[in-house]
Design a protein around this ligand. Structure first.
Ligand code: UT7
Length: 329
């Protein structure tokens, strides 16, 4: 069984929606600016008491159904997240319990917005190595508690959501065939939550400075994002001896419509072959790619054997790209 095919997919976004017009009441911004500079029209945010494991469990339940599996069939649960329920234990351990996946191990992976790509690479390698047969991989984020709702540079951008895939050992040539992962040194401060962990524990002073919230140098991150996503994509295409023209669908991280358009343009891929759902969800960090993938699959945009290019960028600053062929079921 030399391949790790995606056999199930699901997504979930919380019911509460914040349209751009609601943000106009909170900070000096407007719907027109947000739409034209980012492509975002609304974002979903959790209800009180709803946490990352709840979003992941909802997406995972659908993914398991699509795969035709019971939770007890799983060998491993991985949650890619930068907004865990707790520092200890992992969010994956909580998802394992909520699903009843009592035969599965559980771990989280954090590579910020690239988390799903890093975890997909690791999970695929584990299955191909023969150690495990079935992995549930969730990308899930509850970013809204880490937003300073008075900071117009960030509060317009992010949303809460989850996406999930089931990976299974397969003798059919589907799943991830190539990937490239990277991180740009000395860029941590460009996109970070400064306080709240071991380096800078929360203090009254750090709370007053909103250092428990996301801070970002948007224009610098933007420049790095386009370059890195394009370079990583070209590297991966070279590994599998493909041209951009061979790609059926590009599924990019949804951080900014202008970034997506610039990446697609430089890869000479038409937007009709690019998944874009940023208008509905904003930037959902590690949930962004599995959410877009699951929506594309539900919309009938993925067919058996399709060549799919994935590209991501995020805090770290991390970057990633991957090439897979779609298996479906
Ligand atoms: O997922 C992780 C990766 N994250 C990203 O890739 C995000 C990358 N960055 C971005 O998406 C964009 O840089 C932003 C959307 C964050 C900002 O767009 P920008 O085109 O880079 O704008 P800017 O930061 O250069 O700001 C342009 C102007 C500034 O005003 P002045 O100085 O020209 O007078 C800002 O103060 O727009 C102003 N501005 C706003 N105006 C209305 C910034 N935020 C807002 C806002 N509403 N929400």
């Amino acid at each position: 069984m030399p391949y790790a095919a995606i056999t199930g997919w699901g997504h979930y976004a919380p019911e509460r929606v914040i349209p751009n017009t609601e943000l106009e009441q909170m900070v000096e911004t407007n719907d027109e600016w947000i739409r034209t500079r980012t492509g975002i029209q609304r974002r979903h945010v959790v209800a009180p008491g709803q946490a990352t494991s709840d979003l992941a469990t909802r997406a995972a339940t659908v993914a398991l159904e699509r795969a035709g599996l019971q939770a007890a069939d799983l060998d491993l649960v991985i949650v890619a997240t930068t907004s865990p329920d707790l520092l200890l234990p992992s969010t994956a351990a909580l998802v394992q319990t909520k699903l009843g996946a009592h035969n599965a191990g559980a771990m989280d992976m954090n590579a910020a917005c690239c988390g799903f790509m890093y975890a997909l690479s690791a999970a695929s390698a584990m299955i191909k190595g023969g150690g495990v047969q079935r992995i549930l991989l969730c990308g899930a984020e509850t970013i809204s508690p880490y937003i300073n709702w008075q900071d117009r540079n960030t509060c317009i951008l992010f949303g809460d959501a989850a996406g999930a895939v089931v990976l299974e050992a397969s003798d059919k040539p589907h799943g991830l065939h190539a990937y490239r992962l990277g991180a740009i040194p000395n860029t941590a401060e460009m996109l970070w939550i400064k306080a709240g962990a071991t380096l800078n524990p929360i203090t009254h002073a750090s709370l007053d400075r909103h250092e428990n919230c996301i801070q970002m140098n948007g224009s610098e991150v933007f420049k790095h994002a386009v370059r890195a996503m394009v370079d990583a994509s070209l590297d991966v295409l070279k590994q599998v001896d493909c041209n951009p023209a061979d790609i059926d669908l590009l599924i990019p991280h949804q951080a900014n419509l202008r970034i997506i358009e610039a990446v697609a343009k430089r890869l000479e891929l038409p937007l009709e072959r690019t998944v874009i759902n940023i208008q509905e969800y904003g930037n959902t960090s590690a949930a962004s790619i599995p959410l877009a993938l699951a929506e594309a699959a539900d919309a009938g945009r993925l067919h058996t054997g399709d060549k799919v290019l994935l590209a991501a960028f995020g805090g770290g600053l991390t970057w990633a790209a991957g090439f897979l062929t779609w298996g479906g079921r």
